[in-house]
Design a protein around this ligand. Sequence first.
Ligand code: GLU
Ligand code: ZN
Length: 309
Amino acid sequence: MNVARSNTAIGTTATAEPAKVYRGRFAPSPSGRLHSGSLLAALGSYLDARHHGGRWLIRIEDLDTPRNLPGLAGDILQTLARLGLESDEAPLYQSSRHAAYQQALAHLQAEGLTYPCSCTRSQAGPGIYGGHCRSSPSGPPPYALRLRQADERIVAFVDRFAGLQQQAWVQLGDPILRRRDGLIAYQLAVVVDDDYQGITDIVRGSDLLDSTAWQLALIDALQQPVPRYAHLPLLLAADGSKLSKSRSAAAVAEQPPATVLVDTLTYLQQEPPAELYRASVSEILAWGIAHWQPERLRGLTTLTEKGPA
Ligand code: GLU
Ligand code: ZN
């Protein structure tokens, strides 16, 4: 399944095990414009990939079609390009990947790892636990499909920034893989696509830290290689409150690219020198790549935006 990996290895011979060349990605959903929180993940994943001599890809997660706004994918790609953040390969659109998701679902079904669930959100109770349909659906179709795992299962991994993470399946609950309306769930699509694109390193926002255990269970069930994870601390507004996504998206769109990039380097704890505000986009990125010190993010749970100057 890792078709994209082998042709990027440099200097390998036919007999040697191909070197695991770093492949990172940024995977925005076109349900809103790029804001300073999403930009943190974009720049963090880009700098980490480049610092490791790796490739960096953009994937448009446009599966949740009712929530996707027309023209937004183009807007996101354009905003990224203005900041010098361009995908090394043509962006992958999840809306073009349905056959691959169906194939993965069929594999999980054949392994007995899925079950139909007819619960509405309120019947399923808090969270997404679907345990009461495990032996048979408690109501009529249409059914969602959930992933089945043993309750005793503990999923553990070491995150490069957040450290050791451990979660018990009984607390996680069985995630939905295909919704009642037929839409493929993010948890399945992300795992299938990270494998397809040969992603070795996932750098993304810590809002997805809790989803990682579900994704690792799926990676295991689909017998895929396990990527490294690095979840960035949550970016808060200057006064410590939650970011206003629309306000911060306007700021990303309206400010000069150098300001946006150097501010984001500051939030990422990289301490860029003030003269970088007068540098070009490519000079700023080159500085960021050369000076990237991801260990400065280790153990932090939040980052704070700059206040008004
Ligand atoms: N599409 C997801 C989001 O925008 C990110 C997926 C990921 O990085 O794994 O929240
Ligand atoms: Zn159910």
